[in-house]
Design a protein. Structure first.
Length: 608
């Protein structure tokens, strides 16, 4: 791993071609542009973000820059691997100016030309791990003059220097929180040095005013600079909580009397200074290992991260065990060895359920019956169709392996997907379940069998009785909740738009005759006893059970079971990967909304 120092690399430029191997979320182009500006001027530096339609432009610039002795940066070459042999041929035919430098950036890609790699000076570029190193990198890029700009004795200058440290901390926390996906962030967001640079410019301008408009800064950060990359409303909520915590007039006052007792996080108190050395000393005092309190995450987050990482490693090991060549062409012995286990699993899962596999089902006809009954019948119908589809495709695969049927394109695609530990598209097109084919089959059979009980209760009209319902039994739980909404609207003779969704752990919800008792919910990020949330301890389980609750649709002007200031809206995800949201529940939290937002608390329909 390299932490980038371009002054060192500049002295190593004996090679004309510099190849930067970047990791996801890291981008050296901003630092490279600064180096070019200080070395050869902006007029002699060009960069092209490679993609569709940029190949001709890039080739023309390669020729012009090599002739004129200028610098050129071609970014994201992993997106145009098919074009790289043409670039390689062009580079071999050049007679470049002695000042010409070509900078290439790319993520790791198996099809990158070996000769192009061998002819380049290779450097790995990634963000430094940990909040402490991240802060040091930021302050290495900031000059003492930039940090201390303004009068050293004025409150506004101290506020500005403190705000810059708060920004550096905010940037580091956003990046390092990515180590705890999906509880930290639901996905990987590419927060880059370009974002930090834009935010520092905004901070510099706002702090020049007599009265700093922190709310205005929150809006710019959330909606334009950093928030523009975030596409999940609950991730945005986490970012907003950080902004309100770090950029606050009481904390960044430039006055020791006003900010007395206020801390950025944990034991970190901002210096009442504009001297960059004071802030660097503060960073030096930080431990090498990041404490969960830096991010507002629970004390047991390391256990959650280790569980997620171990699952990734196991999945990668399974993929490595598969023969890549076996999927490229038909090899009966290899296929029998690699694909035999999944065929045996399917046979074992369906023991005693041949009636489902060979059942003749018809599409339920639309009627004026209960919307809930209509939903359950349709869900059961689609489940049986999917089971039969999976059985048909695996039967065809088995026949090909036994030599009783010719290999078709569909069977080859099916086998290739399973060999790569991926759920086949033929199955995914009917239900977007787990990506692992083994998990997909387990979930499919479990849901199909559970729906038989749902159908029997729905036919008797007892589905919404006192028994608990497990939404994990359904393929489309959000559609079920919408069917309950439709039934409530019919029974109350109201439009669906006049209803609101509510929940209660106190008992049935008054104002609705369609109460649904939901059980088997799991909670990650904290624990809940039915009364209020509580923080997870270091030795707490990563996921804990939640008491059953009642959900219902009631009139918008009806009184909810809880006051809005007593609850926090918490998402229900279908699985721990947090890829699909079912709905949100208002969970009693006893205040401290920021604590539960930053902890990444969420409800899950199933633990694994």
């Amino acid at each position: 791993m390299f932490t980038c120092n371009f002054n060192i690399y500049l002295s190593l430029l004996a090679c004309i071609f510099m190849f930067w191997i970047v990791v996801e979320g890291a981008d050296p182009s901003q630092e490279l542009q600064e180096l070019a500006s200080n070395t050869i001027s902006d007029e002699n530096y060009y960069q092209v973000a490679m993609g569709q339609g940029q190949s001709d432009v890039a080739m023309q610039l390669v020729r012009e820059c090599s002739r004129n002795g200028q610098w050129l940066c071609l970014k994201n070459l992993h997106l145009v691997t098919s074009w790289l042999p043409i670039l390689e041929k062009e580079l071999n035919s050049l007679s470049p100016h002695e000042n010409f430098r070509l900078w290439l950036t790319s993520e790791v890609h198996p099809r990158f030309p070996t000769i192009l790699l061998q002819s380049s000076l290779k450097v790995t570029y990634e963000a430094p791990p940990g909040v402490k190193k991240n802060l040091f990198r930021t302050y290495d890029n900031w000059t003492p003059e930039f940090v201390s700009r303004g009068s050293k004795s004025s409150k506004s200058s101290v506020t500005r220097s403190q705000a810059l440290f708060a920004l550096a901390w905010f940037h580091a926390v956003l990046q390092e929180r990515r180590n705890f996906i999906p509880q930290g962030w639901t996905k990987f967001y590419e927060f880059s040095l370009g974002d930090l640079r834009a935010a520092a410019d905004i901070t510099d301008r706002l702090c020049a005013a007599q009265e700093v408009q922190w709310e205005f800064m929150h809006g710019l950060m959330e909606n334009a600079i950093y928030g523009g990359r975030v596409d999940n409303i609950f991730d945005t909520r986490v970012m907003t909580s950080y902004l309100r915590q770090y950029f606050d007039s009481a904390l960044l006052s430039g006055s020791s009397s006003r900010s007395r007792g206020k801390r950025l996080v944990a034991n970190i108190t901002l210096p009442q200074s504009t001297n960059i050395k004071d802030y660097q000393d503060l960073i030096e005092q930080l431990p090498e290992d990041d404490a969960p309190t830096y991010f507002g995450l629970p004390a047991n987050i390391e256990r959650s991260a280790q569980r997620v990482n171990s699952q990734k490693v196991i999945s990668q090991l399974k993929t490595l065990m598969r023969s890549v060549e076996a999927g490229a062409k038909f090899d009966r012995e290899a296929w029998q060895s690699e694909l035999g286990p999944i065929l045996q699993l399917w046979k074992r899962l369906n023991q005693g359920s041949s009636s489902v596999i060979h059942a003749k089902v018809e599409m339920p006809t639309l009627s004026d019956d209960s919307p809930i009954l209509q939903f359950v019948l349709l869900e059961r119908y689609n489940a049986i169709r999917l089971v039969q589809k999976v059985h048909q495709t695996l039967s065809a695969l088995s026949k090909v392996m036994r030599g009783t049927q010719l290999l078709t394109k569909e069977v080859h695609q099916l086998a290739n997907s399973i060999l790569q530990q991926q759920t086949p598209l033929q199955w995914h097109s009917m239900w977007e379940g787990p990506d692992d084919p083994m998990q997909y089959l387990h979930a499919l059979v479990a849901k199909t069998m559970a729906l038989q009980g749902w159908e029997e209760k729905a036919q008797r009209g007892s589905l919404l009785g006192s028994d608990e319902l497990n939404l994990a039994d359904l393929f489309h739980p959000n559609t079920f909740l919408n069917a309950v909404r439709q039934k409530t609207a019919r029974d109350s003779k109201m439009s669906m738009d006049e209803l609101k969704f509510t929940c209660s752990w106190k008992g049935q919800i008054s104002g609705s005759n369609c109460n649904v008792k939901i059980g088997n919910l799991m909670l990650e990020g904290c624990s809940f006893d039915g009364m209020r949330l509580s923080e997870s301890q270091r030795n707490s389980a990563t996921v804990s059970a939640v008491p059953p609750c009642y959900v219902a649709w009631i009139a918008k002007d009806a009184t909810s079971p809880y006051n809005s200031n007593e609850t926090i809206s918490m998402p229900i995800y279908t699985s721990p990967t947090r890829e699909s949201i079912v709905t949100c529940l208002d969970v009693p939290c006893g205040g401290q909304h920021m604590t539960w937002v930053q902890s990444g608390a969420a409800l899950l329909l199933q633990q694994h």
